[in-house]
Write a protein that binds this ligand. Structure first.
Ligand SMILES: *Cc1c(COP(=O)(O)O)cnc(C)c1O
Length: 379
C-alpha cells in the first residue's frame, strides 16, 4: 500500500458490531466481563479503547512502524520516552529544540538525575563526541523550531546503532508525508499530533511509533502505568485528520514554497529560513530525507527592529497571531516575545532568534490571499 492510501486504509478495519466505516467514538471507561477476566479484548480505557486503538494502528501504518501509541499531548508522549531512562543515564539532544521539550528535559528530568547534552547537530559528526557509556538516548528534532535547521537522521541512526543507543525523532514539523524516520533507522518517532496530524487546530494530542516489539512493550507499559492517554473523542478527530494528511500537506508545501520565494524577493525582508532554498546550509540533506519542504518558515526584516516585527504580526489578517502550527489556517508568531520570551536575549540570539524573527505556519488558503496579506502587513 502506498502512502496516500495508507492514510485512509492503513491497518484499519470496519467496525465489528455494525460495519461502521468510521470507528465509532467508544465513549466508555470500562467493558463488561462474562466471568472474571473473560471479555472481548478490552477491560479499561486507560489500558485500551477501540477508538484510540484504531488511531494507534493508523499512526503505526503511516510511519511505517509496527506499533502506535497515542497520548494526551505531545509532551506526554515525550514524557513516556523519558521514563524509559534511569537516574545517571545521559541524553544527547538537538540544541534548538521545541521550548516545551527543553523545559521538560531541564526542569523535570534533570532533577531526576538524567544528564542532557544540548548540541548543534547540523553536523551529525558532532554527536559521537558526546557519547559516554551512560548515553542511552539521542533526541533529534528536524526540521527545528523556529530556525528550520535540518539534521541528518540516517547519520544520527548510524551513530546510535554503533553504540547501541536509542534514537528518537520528533517528526512534528515534517509529518510522515514528508519524512519517515523509522525507515531511516530511528527507533522511536514522536509527534505533537496537535499540529499537522490533527490538522484542524481542534485538539491536543501526542503520539509515539516504534518498529521493535521490545521498545514498544516498554512504552505500552509506561503508557498504561503513567496513564497520560487521550480520550476517544480526540482519537476520532485525529483519525479523521490523518485521512486528509496527504492532501493537506501537498497544499501546505505548495503554499509554503510560494510564500518563501515571495519573501526572499521582498525589499523589506532580510533572511528567509526555509529548507527548500539551495542556499539553506543543509538543503542537500533535506532533499535526501524529505520528499518536499513543508509549510513552516521563518524570516527576519531589514534593520532587525523589534517594534516593526510586532507591527507586522499585528497587521496580518489572514495569518492569525497565535501559538501552535500545522492547522489548515495560516498562523504567525513572534518567537522573541512569545515562545522564546523566557530565554535571555543573548542566549536566544545565539541560535538565530533575533528581535525581528517572525515564524509562519502557512495554511491551505488561496495563495493570492496569503501573499496579499503579507504585502499589506509588510508595507
Ligand atoms: C507543539 C510541539 C510539541 C509539544 O506538543 P504538545 O502537543 O503541545 O504537547 C513538541 N514538539 C514540537 C516540534 C512541537 O511543535
Amino acid at each position: 500500500m502506498k502512502f496516500n492510501t495508507k492514510t485512509i486504509h492503513g491497518k484499519q478495519e470496519h467496525d465489528k458490531a455494525y460495519g461502521a466505516v468510521m470507528p465509532p467514538i467508544y465513549q466508555t471507561s470500562t467493558y463488561a466481563q462474562t466471568t472474571p477476566g473473560e471479555h472481548k479484548g478490552y477491560e479499561y480505557s486507560r489500558t485500551h479503547n477501540p477508538t484510540r486503538h484504531a488511531l494507534e494502528n493508523a499512526l503505526a501504518s503511516i510511519e511505517n512502524g509496527e506499533f502506535g501509541l497515542a497520548f494526551g499531548s505531545g509532551l506526554a508522549a515525550i514524557d513516556a520516552v523519558m521514563k524509559m531512562l534511569k537516574p545517571g543515564d545521559e541524553v544527547i539532544s538537538t540544541n534548538d529544540l521545541y521550548g516545551g521539550t527543553y523545559r521538560l528535559f531541564t526542569s523535570i528530568y534533570e532533577g531526576f538525575g538524567i544528564k542532557f547534552n544540548f548540541i548543534g547537530m547540523q553536523e551529525a559528526g558532532n554527536i559521537e563526541k558526546y557519547i559516554t557509556p551512560n548515553t542511552k538516548l539521542i533526541w533529534v528534532e528536524t526540521p527545528t523550531n523556529p530556525m528550520l535547521n535540518i539534521i541528518d537522521i540516517k547519520a544520527a541512526a548510524t551513530v546510535a546503532k554503533k553504540h547501541h543507543i536509542l534514537l528518537a525523532v520528533d517528526n512534528t514539523f515534517a509529518t510522515p508525508y514528508l519524512q519517515r524516520p523509522l525507515d531511516l533507522g530511528a527507533d522511536i518517532v514522536m509527534h505533537s499530533a496537535t499540529k499537522y496530524i490533527g490538522g484542524h487546530s481542534d485538539l491536543v494530542m501526542g503520539a509515539l511509533i516504534a518498529k521493535d516489539k521490545e521498545v514498544a512493550d516498554k512504552l505500552y507499559f509506561i503508557q498504561n502505568a503513567s496513564g497520560a492517554v487521550c480520550g476517544p473523542q480526540d482519537s476520532f478527530l485525529a483519525l479523521r485528520g490523518i485521512k486528509t494528511l496527504h492532501v493537506r500537506m501537498q497544499r501546505h508545501c505548495e503554499n509554503g514554497k510560494a510564500v518563501a520565494v515571495y519573501l526572499a524577493n521582498h525589499p523589506k525582508v532580510e533572511n528567509v529560513y526555509w529548507p527548500g532554498f539551495t542556499s539553506h546550509p543543509n538543503h542537500e540533506i533535506a532533499k535526501m530525507q524529505m520528499s518536499d519542504f513543508g509549510g513552516m518558515l521563518s524570516f527576519t526584516t531589514k534593520g532587525n527592529d523589534f517594534e516593526a516585527a510586532i507591527k507586522i504580526v499585528e497587521k496580518l489578517k489572514i495569518f492569525t497571531l497565535a501559538e501552535s502550527l500545522g492547522g489548515v489556517e495560516s498562523l504567525c508568531g513572534h518567537p522573541a516575545s512569545m515562545t522564546h520570551a523566557s530565554i535571555p536575549k543573548i542566549e536566544r540570539e545565539k541560535t538565530g532568534v533575533v528581535d525581528s524573527l517572525i515564524r509562519l505556519s502557512v495554511g491551505i488558503e488561496d495563495i493570492e490571499d496569503l501573499l496579499a496579506d503579507l504585502e499589506q502587513a509588510l508595507r
